[in-house]
Design a protein. Structure first.
Length: 455
């Protein structure tokens, strides 16, 4: 089979510089969703007709298996498919999809392909309460005889509620013949793909139809409001799948997955969490409200408390992170680690049972096991030009409000006194501190306010 995806249209109502088909749905371009569905059908060829937005579209989507056909200018859906013809295998049927109709499922398409077989024209149609704007399916008895565009239809035809979704499958040689004979003598002066239906009937070819499992599947994106509506439908589907797998969602309508979320058993997710890229949540992990987690592995039984942001990190089993933690790329936390509020980490590995519970910045740092990082500890890893590493060995105790001026090493079991600015390595098992002596000035008196002078 061949698949042609129409993606050349301009999307004027999006009011955007970004080509319509590149607008993201669940974090991926609309067109990427359609390409993914097309691939799931394992066609021999996938041809994408592009135009508006130019080379940005193929450059963004990529894919060695995709063929691209430029349509310039855009003279209608029939003209669009003509551009794809040179790329098609004439011996196999051609399925036409739309780059701005991203929710179509492979199950529905498989049904359409099955009713059409190799020698019928197959149309995906749907009954709508409000069919206005769509092409109408005109039947003679049960037989489809043509499709009439809304703008070309008389009142009787406009009363028909069965509409063309745009998705069709046709024997390719016949399709090429019909397209070659199209005219643009219609209300929009466009070459209509839908005119192939009357041509097929004229040739005595049978026209079959199938309906989507859910009418939502054929919704297109023409505006920002429609894009937002489709996003909710998509997220609703995903939330349903997660709950079917046993994930406890506090509210399925308040979850956003922009990528792939893999969950173990007994995972719980509170409201307003966003998962981006590839995220894995181990058995029994729990994610508090308002967390954003990107490209990260969270170990079994780990707790991520509310308002935490984690990117490109890995969190060990039974760790406790947040609330209000920020873990930047390259953070690797061992088992049973604790990272508390207002702690930022970047490119930092912290081994099992170590803790940084409050108000710290650890960057380019290796922390051993059972280390305690006191509140307000900062690694000074950057001198304005270069970055340096800090090493804190097992069982060290870092007093509060300490600055570790990298490169610097804190030896095994060392203790740093509160307020230390560490500029040289601290030896193992010793107390190291840098502090001015505490003094009390006995003769000092707090200044008193002078009595106000009478005017
Ligand atoms: C089309 C159908 C209509 C159907 C409706 C479903 C035709 C003539 N009409 O109408 O029967 O009910 O879809 O939404 O086919 N495109 C190109 N190049 C072009 C024109 C369009 O690539 O020159 C692409 C668009 O990017 C879009 C798709 O084709 O993805 C549909 O185009 P659009 O203009 O939205 O068609 P409609 O007028 O809505
Ligand atoms: Ca449309």
């Amino acid at each position: 089979m061949n698949v042609v995806i129409l993606a050349a249209g301009m999307g004027k109502r999006m009011r955007s510089d970004l080509p319509k088909v590149l607008h993201p749905l669940a974090g991926r371009p609309l067109l990427a969703h359609v390409v993914g569905t097309a691939r799931s059908l394992a066609p021999g060829r996938i041809v994408i007709v592009y135009g508006h937005g130019g080379e940005t579209v193929p450059r963004t989507i990529g894919g060695d298996d995709l063929r691209w056909a430029l349509q310039e200018p855009q003279l209608g859906t029939g003209h669009a498919v003509v551009q794809a013809l040179p790329h098609l295998d004439p011996a196999a049927p051609t399925l036409v999809l739309y780059g701005d109709v991203p929710l179509i499922t492979s199950e529905t398409l498989a049904r359409l392909l099955a009713v059409a077989g190799a020698d019928r024209l197959g149309l995906l149609t749907v009954e709508l309460a409000d069919p206005s704007g769509y092409g109408r399916i005109v039947r003679d008895g049960t037989r489809i005889v043509r499709v009439v565009e809304h703008k070309d239809a008389d009142d009787a035809t406009r009363a028909i509620r069965e509409v063309n979704t745009g998705i069709l499958v046709a024997p390719t040689a016949a399709l090429a013949r019909w397209l070659g004979a199209l005219s643009n003598d219609n209300a929009q002066k466009e070459y209509y793909l839908t005119d192939v239906v009357a041509a097929a009937v004229h040739d005595g070819m049978e026209v079959a139809s199938a309906q989507p499992a859910d009418a939502c599947e054929t919704l297109g994106v023409n505006s920002k409001a429609q894009l937002a509506a489709l996003e909710r439908i998509f997220q609703g589907r995903l939330a349903g799948q997660l709950m079917d797998q046993g994930v406890q969602l506090a509210d399925p309508s308040r979850l956003d997955v922009r990528g792939e979320l893999n969950c173990g058993r007994d995972v719980t997710i509170d409201v307003n969490c966003v998962f981006e890229g590839r995220v894995e949540l181990g058995d029994g992990a729990s994610i508090g409200a308002n967390c954003v987690i990107r490209d990260t592995r969270i170990g079994a039984g780990a707790q991520v408390l509310p308002f935490t942001l984690i990117e490109q990190s890995s969190i060990g089993a039974r760790a406790r992170i947040g609330p209000y933690a920020r873990l930047r790329p390259g953070t690797e936390l061992g088992e049973e680690t604790h990272v508390g509020n207002f702690v930022e980490m970047k490119n930092t590995q912290m081994a099992a049972k170590s803790k940084a519970n409050h108000l710290s910045y650890l960057g380019d740092t290796v922390v051993g096991e059972r280390v305690n990082i006191g509140a307000g500890t900062i690694t000074c890893n950057y001198d304005g030009a270069n970055k340096y590493r800090t090493v804190i060995e097992d069982d060290a105790f870092i007093g509060s409000d300490t600055q570790l001026v990298a490169p610097v090493r804190v030896g095994r079991g060392a203790t740093l006194g509160a307020g230390t600015t560490l500029t040289r390595d601290a030896p193992e098992h010793k107390l190291t501190m840098s502090r001015t002596q505490q003094t009390t000035v006995e003769s000092w008196e707090r200044p008193a306010k002078k009595p106000a002078r009478k005017p």
